[in-house]
Design a protein around this ligand. Structure first.
Ligand SMILES: [Zn+2]
Length: 578
């Protein structure tokens, strides 16, 4: 066998080994951009590490050693000497809520993240009310305490009786409203609990201010003044720029609100923003469907081919699908729904206060409807019972309408049973998880007990079962968003209070990097274009100050991006940014 034949049949395997000696013909194009003299962690199928990359028209023209890649340099080529720095594919956060994240981080909403005690929360709220005219709303996000009795309306009334206040737990699953906020929203002792949600009440039935689950919170949040498009865009850009700084190039917005449950036209705003060419990162959307009625409306309006009513929340998505299918494919992820919530009401077999978001029949029917559109479904399921219910709903839908490569997703799945793992593996169900949650959220005895029983965030078990794993930070539901924390915790599994979780679920950092790139790309049907540094893929690249794969474990969380590129364009440059 001559060398040419050998290279041909060995494909990618040998491309990197012999890269330096292959010939670039005269007709070979000149690159727009060349990065040389680096450590390029490609995350290709062989985990190849090379020295250099050539980019043309926003795509990767070639990868290999310096000698090979330098041949693409022409008069107009921009050359970056990496001086030994590490390059990885752009990281993909497979679970985030960008507008909410931006509104929390840019201070539009009062950010309660740093407040540990009730007094700190109340004084932070008071700080804001002092700056606002009477009657102006205060919306706050980020209560860290995990009990439902942390605050009540009296506490908030002490902050102000003249400003309606809504303060939400960081997970976004429950919150507290002041008396004025309850009054404006028309919530009193006669208000029934919305389906799958609860209004906290004292013995006489009077609301205490506690609102459990989205549908209860929305009774108040929808009364907030309409947000302007400019504010929305500002928050979206703010969030993306924070991500770009940490080497994230693509995001799955895994829960954005339709108008029925928010105070503004979020679908319209989002589509306008994503079509504007102003967004630095790639964003895909999974609109959240709160109930069966809304699910029916969404499915009919977007996918029936019939013209939706002029006032339909989904009209813009439906028009985009028919008029600009390629942009629709770029933006549309699939359907999002939730089986349970989080904290005290999540559905664990051992949790007597679990509160399901839907009746079983409704869950099954929603999943069936979504499945029959031929689209991906992404389901929030935290507890083991929620995971089992979700898998069953997927299997019911698949039984009546078999489909290969559906990639239906379970979001979170903190500690699935071994039977659940078998079922996920057998039926091609993808999981999106968050090793960084261990650090901040798993000091509770409940999680420690679970870990002794079966291992929480079981990354290695997922691998052994051959289950596709995507990683996402889930901000602002999770307080921290830097993906380096996920890479670190996939290895370290240690809490903020230094409790060390089972090491049998520890994976190597390079495997975690694969999950945060190729794994997340796969979960968004983007693996042909994103997730690794291979010929023909989009040039979404990050230059790092240190190599995750060789750095001491304790350093992983602190490694900073020096430059982030999306499609070959620089979206973050440390030397030029503050
Ligand atoms: Zn989430």
């Amino acid at each position: 066998m001559n060398r040419r034949e050998f290279l041909k049949i060995s494909g990618i395997a040998c491309a990197s080994l012999f890269a330096g000696t292959s010939r670039i013909s005269a007709s070979e194009p000149t690159a727009d951009l060349v990065l040389v003299n680096g450590t390029v962690v490609t995350v290709d199928p062989l985990d190849s590490v090379v020295q250099a990359i050539a980019v043309k028209n926003g795509r990767i023209l070639d990868v290999g050693n310096d000698a090979r890649i330098r041949r693409y340099i022409g008069h107009s080529t921009k050359v970056i000497d990496l001086a030994g720095d590490t390059v990885t594919p752009g990281l993909i956060d497979a679970h985030a809520h960008l507008p909410f994240f931006g509104l929390r981080e840019n201070g539009t909403w009062v950010n309660l993240q740093q407040c540990e005690t009730k007094d700190e929360v109340l004084s932070k709220l008071a700080e804001r009310t002092k700056k606002l005219p009477k009657g102006a709303w205060v919306h706050a996000w980020g209560i860290a305490d995990n009990t439902h009795h942390f605050l009540n309306r009296d506490d908030l009334d002490r902050v102000s009786r003249e400003h309606p206040i809504l303060a939400v737990h960081t997970g976004g699953q429950w919150g507290f409203a002041s008396t004025l906020a309850l009054q404006i929203s028309g919530i009193d002792k006669n208000t029934p609990n919305p389906p799958g949600a609860e209004i906290g009440r004292s013995w006489g039935g009077t609301p205490t201010g506690l609102l459990v689950h989205y549908q209860a919170i929305y009774l108040v949040r929808r009364m907030l003044p309409q947000m302007s498009y400019e504010k929305f865009e500002e928050a979206l850009l703010f969030a993306q720029n924070l991500y770009a700084k940490e080497g994230v190039t693509a995001i799955h917005d895994n829960f954005f609100q339709v108008a029925e449950i928010s105070s503004f036209d979020s679908v319209g705003y989002y589509l306008t923003a994503l079509s504007s060419n102003k967004m630095p990162l790639r964003v895909k959307l999974w609109p959240y469907m709160p109930n069966l009625q809304e699910a029916r409306r969404g499915v009919t309006d977007i996918f029936s081919g019939k013209d939706p009513a002029p006032d339909s929340d989904y009209r813009k998505l439906a028009l985009l699908r028919t008029e600009n299918p390629s942009l629709f494919a770029d933006i549309w992820g699939g359907w999002k729904l939730a089986t349970d919530a989080g904290g005290p009401t999540s559905l664990w077999y051992k949790n007597p206060s679990g509160l399901p978001m839907h009746h079983k029949e409704e869950l099954n029917e929603m999943v069936r409807l979504f499945h029959e559109t031929g689209q991906q479904i992404s389901v929030h399921a935290v507890g083991d019972e929620a995971v089992d219910l979700t898998i069953t709903s997927f299997l019911n839908a698949l039984k009546s309408h078999p489909r290969k490569d559906h990639r239906h997703r379970i979001e979170h799945a903190l500690a699935p049973s071994s039977i659940a793992l078998d079922r996920m593996a057998k039926h091609g169900i993808v999981v999106c998880t968050h090793p960084q949650w261990i650090y901040k959220w798993f000091d509770w005895p409940f999680h420690k007990r679970l870990d002794m029983e079966r291992g929480v965030i079981p990354l290695k078990s997922y691998l052994h079962h051959n289950i596709a794993v995507a990683l996402g930070a889930d901000p602002p539901a999770f307080p921290l968003y830097r993906p380096q924390l996920a890479l670190w915790q996939a290895v370290a599994r240690i809490t903020e209070k230094k409790y060390r979780f089972s090491t049998w679920e520890t994976i190597p950092v390079k495997t975690a990097l694969r999950m945060q790139t190729m794994g997340s790309a796969y979960a968004g049907f983007q693996e042909r274009d994103l997730g690794s540094i291979e010929k023909g893929k989009s040039a979404d690249l990050v230059v790092w100050e240190e190599n995750f794969c060789t750095a001491p474990v304790i350093r992983i969380k602190d490694i900073k991006a020096k430059m982030t590129m999306v499609g070959g364009s620089v979206v973050y440059d440390r030397d030029r940014s503050p």
